[in-house]
Write a protein that binds this ligand. Structure first.
Ligand code: DGL
Length: 250
């Protein structure tokens, strides 16, 4: 199976990493719109326009499935991408919500959603969780985490100050934390430690692997997945950054 991964930039490598570990596909084509990242601070129309342009990128590659690694795109453009694409399109939000349902079945559990400003404003995560009966949901737009991760800041003072800035009003560790942005798995250790390792972290990449296994009945294959990296700027620079991020553990 040849699969496309689309992200606004480099962060989708967190999802790619989970897919590579799961060995579900023979070939993956990663496309990051690095020339126009971030999407998380843009408006609906812009996010939709850019996302539809990504379909044009993938058309010569004859992919069998498109995975939207970007939460912001999944929040605003999933339906329209599904209408326009000649192949199935899956997003990370449905997978994340499914993971909450499976791992935290108690509807009283407190769930904290961390995401970009656009994803937070869309209310897609809280609406989906409320519809399932979850009552104790809080969302925070943790916008600064994206540039910090892009700067290679995964721990330390600046990150701790940013945590205090966003989390100062949270007195008890939430039961579950949705890492609702591609970049956040790279600081998941620090987030977990901040909440005294008492919260279950829901990571889009792992969630999508579970969803693919259960809905498409995909199984681990023996061969090494072939990955090609493309971007709306320099392919080589994205590839270098991607390989460095792939070597990070989280
Ligand atoms: N990929 C985006 C997301 O998961 C984060 C970076 C951006 O704002 O474009 O929402």
């Amino acid at each position: 199976m040849r699969v496309g991964i689309f992200d606004s930039g480099i962060g989708g490598v967190s999802v790619l990493k989970s897919l590579l570990q799961a060995k579900l596909f023979e070939e993956i084509i990663y496309y990051g719109d690095t020339a126009r990242v971030p999407y998380g601070t843009k408006d609906r129309e812009t996010i939709i326009t850019y996302s539809l342009e990504a379909l044009d990128f993938f058309s010569p590659y004859k992919i069998d499935l498109l995975i939207i690694a970007c939460n912001t795109v999944s929040a605003y453009a999933l339906e329209i991408l599904r209408e326009k694409a000649p192949y199935p399109v899956i997003g990370v939000i449905e997978a994340g919500v499914l993971a909450v349902q499976n791992k935290l079945p108690n509807k009283e559990d407190s769930i904290l959603i961390l995401a970009t400003e656009a994803t937070t404003n869309s209310q897609v995560y809280p609406n989906a969780l409320s519809a399932l009966g979850y009552k104790n949901i809080q969302s925070i737009a943790t916008t600064l985490f994206v540039p910090l991760v892009e700067e290679g800041i995964y721990e330390g003072e600046i990150l701790q100050s940013t945590f205090k800035h966003y989390f100062h009003s949270i007195s008890t560790p939430p039961k579950g934390i949705i890492l609702g942005c591609t970049h956040y798995p790279f600081i998941s250790k620090a987030i977990s430690e901040y909440f005294k390792e008492e919260s279950l972290l829901i990571h889009s990449g792992e969630a999508i692997v579970e969803q693919l296994k259960s809905t498409l009945a995909l199984k681990e294959c023996d061969m090494q997945t072939k990955v090609s990296f493309y971007s709306s700027q320099s392919n080589l620079s994205l590839q270098k950054q991607a390989l460095s991020l792939l070597s990070r553990t989280f």
